[in-house]
Ligand binder design. Sequence first.
Ligand SMILES: Cc1ncc(COP(=O)(O)O)c(C=O)c1O
Length: 402
Amino acid sequence: MAAAEARAEQAITRSNPFDLPESALRRMRNSKWSKYGPEILPAWVAEMDFAVAEPIQQAVRRIVDAQDYGYPMRGGDKAGVAVAIAFATRMKERFGWEIDPAMVLPLADLVQGTYAPVLAFSEPGDGVVLQVPNYPPFRDVIQTTGRKLIALPMRDVGSRFICDTAEIANAVDARTRIFVLCNPQNPTGRVFTREELMAMARFAIERDLTVISDEIHADLVYPGHRHIPFASLGPDIAARTVTITSPTKSFNIPGLRCAVLHFGSAALRERFLKRIPARLMGDPNAIGVDATVAAWTQGQPWLDAVLAHLLRARDRLIARLHADVPQIRCHAPEGTFLAWLDCTALGLNTSAFDFFHDKARIAFSPGEAFDPACSQFVRFNFATSMPILDALLDRMTTSLRR
Ligand SMILES: Cc1ncc(COP(=O)(O)O)c(C=O)c1O
């Protein structure tokens, strides 16, 4: 092997300080490693197989060691204010988006952050526009609150997925109230460009829609792409946008339950609070608050290292799929640690999820959870170490050779 090739191979396979071995992962009581049996390798729910950033560990340890379990105050204020300030500071530093911490409502999770604005800004029977496929709970929110789903298809145009609001022009009517935007998009991994976002903004303004912009994957963006907060596009779009995000995906702390909801104007916040009292939203707990603040203010060196690894993992996944199973279609995600695999050309006689579960002993996320029409798709979570990623790819290729 030439020296350059050997170096490249070493770079691909070298381990990271944050890698956790399979034995440690199998002892975890998280969803990812608990749901399926010991025979199965999990690559489904959006949790990473990595040890968290040391500042987060220290923040959690500080609370536990001191048994500091009272109603949390930080800097003379309720602890949620510290989260709002850390969020505002991070948005300015990373995305040049200037916001007022007073417009931030801390909460426990983003599904709650989707339900609440849907309830506040629409009535049963009203329409909600949602990119499809999408994160499954969004569909649940629309169904369980009795709203009408208006699907905005994410179309595969050869090199990536795009959505065009012109396609749903006739489906949107005076009772359509909300547009749920997910950017970076789960599961396609798209990071929408400024032009695409501007087109969505014009659509929201023309149709007088409130936008719920889920930006939870904003920190997980690969070179060549840039995350643009939707509400940063201008004051008129901010005034109709509720942004929801949390550090749970990028810093791997989903069990600590802390998130934020940001209103793009005081009027929007007032309208919301008239329908949904702040007390109904609850407060995040002290450990979640301190872990979030530590992640957002001190976690970037860890995240930079994780992103460098995720980029190598993404490229390895795409290269191996193209080489070993070219029938599977997959565009390199521009953001997120999730790849959306179109297995239609394999001609399976079961769902793609069932095939890989039964024949490869892998648990992906089933495509039909993201769109009932997508049973021949699976979502592949590649936030794992290179040895586990290789084991997943080996299992896939072996199952298909049989
Ligand atoms: C797009 C999107 N929104 C919201 C969530 C929920 O995040 P959490 O439960 O940590 O609030 C997820 C989790 O995977 C997600 O991918």
